[in-house]
Structure formats: C-alpha cells, structure tokens
Design a protein. Structure first.
Length: 256
C-alpha cells in the first residue's frame, strides 16, 4: 500500500526526533536483518542439493551459523539405539581447527547437561551465565553463555543445535527466533533423508524377497529325493522335463 503524503511526513518527523545514536542503531538493525534474511534464504535454496545428513550438519555450522557471527557452534545428532547425542559437526578455534575434524567429540546422554536437557524436553533454552547452571558440561574451552535449539521430526528429537559464547548474557530472543527458523528448515531436510532411507530399505527388502523367491522356485524346479544310500528315488516333474536323460535311466543311481 502506498503511503499518503501525510504518513510520509509523519515518518520523516519521527526519524528526525530520533537521536543520532538511535538512528545509527536503527540502520544497523536493518542491515543486520537484511543480512540474516539473506543467510536464511540462501540456506533454504542450498538445502535442495545437500546430499547427506553429515553434509547438512557441516553446512549448518559453517555456512549458516558462522556467518551469523557466532564463534562456537556444535550440531548433535541423536543415536536412538544408545540414547545419546553425538557431535556431528562443529566450528570454533579449538573445537574444529582443520577440515572436518572435531576435537574431543562428545557423546552426551539424553537428559544430561544442557544439550541433553533440550533433547529430552524438546524445548529451546538460553543460559545467560553458565557458571550458575549445574547442568553445564564444559567442552575444550569453558563458555559463559549458551543457546540450544532442538531439531525435531514430528514429536521426535533427532538432533540439537548448540551455540556458546565467552561473554555473559550474549544470546537473546532475537538469536532464538533465528536459530529456531534455521532448525525448522534443517529438520525438514532431515525428514526427507529419513523418508528416503525408509524407501530404500523397503526397496532392498523387496529385492531380497524377490531374489529369494526366484531361488526357491529354481530349487524346487530341479529338486530330487534320495534314500539313505544316496540313491535317487524321486525327481520333480520340471526336472524330468528339463533333463535330457529319462528318469528310468537314473532311478536307483547314486549321486556320488
């Protein structure tokens, strides 16, 4: 909708009423929002071509969270058989010094620590001061604040995005909103991976069953029976048809 001249005039007056610092903050926030929106939009497009869960985790920490200005981030995936969270990808000067290496890759039981708590409760969490939270499980370097968001498929926790910072009270509701949006996009991709894996398993089972049926059919086609002296006493009809030697000729003969 196009603004009227009066509305534009009010906007100009409102802007002029702001202090120079407030104007700078406003412009800075607009630039930040545009930057974050660009990161999210790019991530949404990139998701189409990401081939595996592992690549998704590394893309998430490097191409999304790192570009948001966070200094430390770890993506955990749930191991449902062992009931724990396993670090899959990470950024941080000590945690991920080179390539896709994760130093001191942690495994955290569901329900333990802040990440385990988020996985168990399925609710995001912001901790302003980790020194005041007994649940905190320190990694290589101790942090002072933390934000943690679950990755969900339906009502099932499949992973966690966990970010830490050396400053007290660094994370806020704005960060939580952004990470929750990113987590929702990543979770949708994880659901596609899960569905693809299910289809592939069903396909493999069908192929195995088909091969077994073919084998069973072939075996029954050429089946014969021997007595305790290993002499042939019976031959299937199909075998009699396909074998050039008449059954009367081989009846009573030993197989070896």
């Amino acid at each position: 909708m196009t603004k009227s001249a009066g509305e534009n005039s009010d906007s100009v007056l409102a802007w002029q009423d702001l202090s120079l610092d407030d104007q700078r903050d406003y412009v800075s926030n607009l630039d930040r929002d545009r930057s974050i929106l660009k990161i999210i939009n790019t991530f949404a497009v990139d998701l189409i071509s990401i081939p595996t869960k592992e690549e998704l985790a590394w893309h998430l920490v490097r191409e999304v969270v790192a570009k948001m200005g966070f200094v430390d981030c770890v993506v955990y995936f749930v191991d449902p058989e062992k009931g724990l969270l396993r670090q899959q990808a990470a950024i941080g000067p000590q945690k991920n010094p080179v390539s896709k290496e994760i130093v001191n890759a942690l495994e955290i039981p569901i329900g333990k620590g802040i990440t385990g708590h988020v996985a168990a409760t399925k609710e995001p969490l912001i901790i302003d001061d980790l020194e005041k939270d007994d649940r905190y499980v320190p990694d290589i370097e101790k942090a002072r604040s933390e934000i943690c968001v679950p990755l969900m498929i339906g009502n099932q926790t499949v992973g966690v995005i966990d970010c830490e910072d050396p400053r007290v009270g660094f994370f806020n509701d704005y960060h939580l909103e952004i990470l929750s949006t990113i987590a929702a996009l990543a979770s949708a991709k994880l659901k596609l991976f899960e569905q693809t894996e299910t289809v592939e398993v069903v396909k493999q089972l069908y192929e195995s069953e088909s091969k077994f049926r073919d084998f069973a059919k072939a075996a029954s086609d050429w089946f014969w029976e021997t007595n305790t002296q290993h002499r042939i006493i019976w031959e299937s009809v199909r075998s009699q048809i396909e074998t050039p030697v008449a059954f009367d000729k081989i009846k009573g003969m030993a197989r070896w």
